[in-house]
Design a protein around this ligand. Sequence first.
Ligand SMILES: [Zn+2]
Length: 328
Amino acid sequence: MRLNFPYLLKWFTLIAVITFTLHACSAEKDEQINNLTSQVEELEEQLEIAEEEKSELKQQLSEYDVNIEEMNDELEEKEEELKDQESKIDELTKQLEEAKQSASRSGSKQVFLTFDDGPSKVTPKILDILKEHNIPATFFAIGQSVEEYPHYTRRAQEEGHKVLPHSHSHDYSIYSDLDSFYDDFYQAKNQIEEVLDQEIPPYFRFPGGATNQVSTDYGGDQIMAKITEDVKERGYYYFDWNVSSNDANHEEVDALDIYNNVVATTGEQDFAVVLFHDSPTSHSTAEALPRIIDYYESEGYEFRTFQDLTEKDLNKMKELNIANKTIY
Ligand SMILES: [Zn+2]
């Protein structure tokens, strides 16, 4: 083959063109790479800024959380204070009410009609008379009878009277010992609360009264001292009476005798807790009742129940040995 100049020139030119093209391509790639690199760098910078912002926001958020927690605590405290204030207001309102009542009573005569041993067949008659005269009374009930006559028990309450425990069985063997007493007492209390569907105040009357003699036959001569101390420790009040109708003799007592007994034992007392009975044989009691009510009304007595006893009433009853009489 002959290598002449034009031929060589042709080759040289071809090689130059290829070299230049290749070089140009490589330069373009480099530029692209440079571009991309700077874009990546820019994005990385943006990412960094975004992360910084994110951690700042997180910081703010946790500060808000702490603030919200603190504000919730404060809110709870305020609510608690508000509740305290409300209950103080309630307590003061109650005291004010009691003070007003006792101020309006100071100097006035008061009588509490109390009926033991019910309910019985005679209860509706007694309730009718009380209703007719618009007089409230207190019933110291027998649990077993409450079980037998729940409707009379509820009626008494609905008509504004107070029903409290006397005994469940009225069997004097309850005075054998503390356990026997409480077994019977709580049965009566629970029975009454169940029928009335409400809690009753810690008031009751002992069968036979706190000074009964029959208890010694069962629990010895110290049993009433022991039981009375124990019930007081448990926060209970037991109530006797200072006026007796003597309506509980075995043979039927005359209604006029009942009336005379009440008037005689009331005498000059301006605070009277009167003992009656509500038993199947208490017809004379019911019969005597209207005249007895008339007597107290004409003498200016206010009729009360054991529903709204104030601290002052309880102290007065203690002074008069009607409430929590000490037994030796
Ligand atoms: Zn009784």
